[in-house]
Write a protein that binds this ligand. Structure first.
Ligand code: SF4
Length: 377
């Protein structure tokens, strides 16, 4: 098997959707009782029939997470290096057709941001850029990692998909993790959401985790943008992708994120806030999804960002989540250089890392700022 594409092409969206909605209470009970679950069990756990079993799922997910990860919560902060982007994505403020001020951080600004984030207590950093190969291509990313290594022991990126050799170059500089979200596995509608730019190439994005696995990147982060398409069907394909990757690149670690669409600010609308159609998943259903992933896969890391509200994060942190951001800024220079410039999306939970750490401790968990994994491995 050379890539996930072949497995992906052996399924159709409508058949998967139909199969999930036909799962019964019996299927859900069977999935909950098993020792080891398969992809059919995952379908049952995310199905409408499982909604009545949420309490049971939450308890099991909590237990499995504690067994594997203990009572810890890994803390990380995103650092936006640039909002330049050559793609048009219908849901993002950095989209090429949105007439906003563009900014890419200079060396001095990267250092300034690093010092501000370090002062908040962080040792894990996620570098984020738009997808602009000219201004934030591999040479820029390589240099940024070199600048940041003295400050952070764990560096992740969420940038444009790259070639295997390019990932290898960045890994040698100290890159630890790469997040690459498919956004949606609905191939036809993917084109509607990504009409222009390199990102419109569905299969190039779909095969990115394969290139990451071949490049021996330590950890790969998967996800969809919840709210673009039917979350259940999209989550099935994410789990299928995860299953394939774990079997193929078994030395790699994996994480899943659950970004839900957030309001964005569009310059062409005179600063008016555009509310995305995020009615596709309720808070309760998002909890169901988090628990389903955990029950399906005891090893995968589950990450929750500040896109989610204070209340949701307070209530869900013990249910399966293993890493969280806090005090995040989603604009380049947001921590120290340019606090007022346009954000990629609005943050929902605006509490400081200190406040979040307090909440985590109140619930009997330990916030982890420094991960010793890398040193031990
Ligand atoms: S989602 Fe990414 S690729 Fe799309 S416009 Fe935003 S920054 Fe660019």
């Amino acid at each position: 098997m050379s890539s996930f594409k072949e497995i992906f092409n052996s399924h159709t969206w409508s058949e998967v959707q139909q199969s999930i909605s036909s799962k019964t209470v019996k299927d859900v009970e069977h999935a909950l009782q098993k020792e080891k679950r398969d992809i059919e069990d995952f379908k049952a756990l995310i199905s409408p029939a499982a909604e009545a079993y949420l309490e049971q799922m939450a308890q099991l997910s909590h237990l499995l997470t504690q067994k594997r990860f203990g009572k810890t919560m890994q803390m990380y902060a995103p650092m936006y290096l640039s909002n330049e982007c050559q793609n048009i994505c219908t849901y993002c403020a950095f989209s090429l057709d949105n007439k906003i001020k563009r900014k890419t951080l200079s060396d001095a600004e990267i250092i300034q941001e690093a010092e501000a984030i370090k002062a908040m207590g962080y040792d894990h950093i996620l570098l984020v850029t738009g997808e602009a190969n000219q201004s934030v291509g591999v040479p820029y990313l390589k240099h940024a990692i070199q600048l940041l290594r003295p400050y952070f022991s764990n560096i992740s990126i969420e940038v444009q998909p790259l070639e295997q050799a390019e990932y290898e170059v960045l890994r040698q500089e100290g890159l630890h993790t790469v997040l690459v979200y498919q956004e949606t596995y609905h191939q036809e509608n993917y084109k509607t959401h990504h009409p222009k730019g390199k990102k419109s190439n569905f299969y190039y994005r779909l095969e990115t985790p394969d290139r990451l696995g071949k490049a021996a990147i330590y950890k790969i982060g998967l996800g969809i943008l919840i709210g673009l398409e039917d979350w259940r069907t999209d989550s099935f394909f994410t789990a299928l992708h995860l299953n394939y990757l774990e079997k193929t690149y078994w030395q790699t670690k994996y994480s899943i994120s659950f970004p839900r669409l957030r309001p964005i600010e569009l310059a062409k609308e005179d600063g008016q806030h555009i509310q995305p159609a995020s009615q596709y998943i309720s808070d309760k259903q998002l909890v169901q999804l988090i628990c389903a992933y955990r029950i399906f896969n005891e090893e995968v890391e589950l990450s929750l960002s500040t896109r989610e509200s204070e209340t949701f994060r307070n209530h869900s942190l013990k249910l399966g989540i293993t890493s969280m951001s806090a005090g995040s800024k989603t604009n380049p220079g947001g921590y120290s250089v340019e606090p007022q410039s346009l954000e990629q999306f609005e943050i929902s939970d605006e509490r400081s890392p200190k406040e979040i750490a307090h909440i985590i401790k109140q619930q009997g968990y330990e916030p982890v700022w420094k991960d010793w994994d890398k040193i031990l491995s």
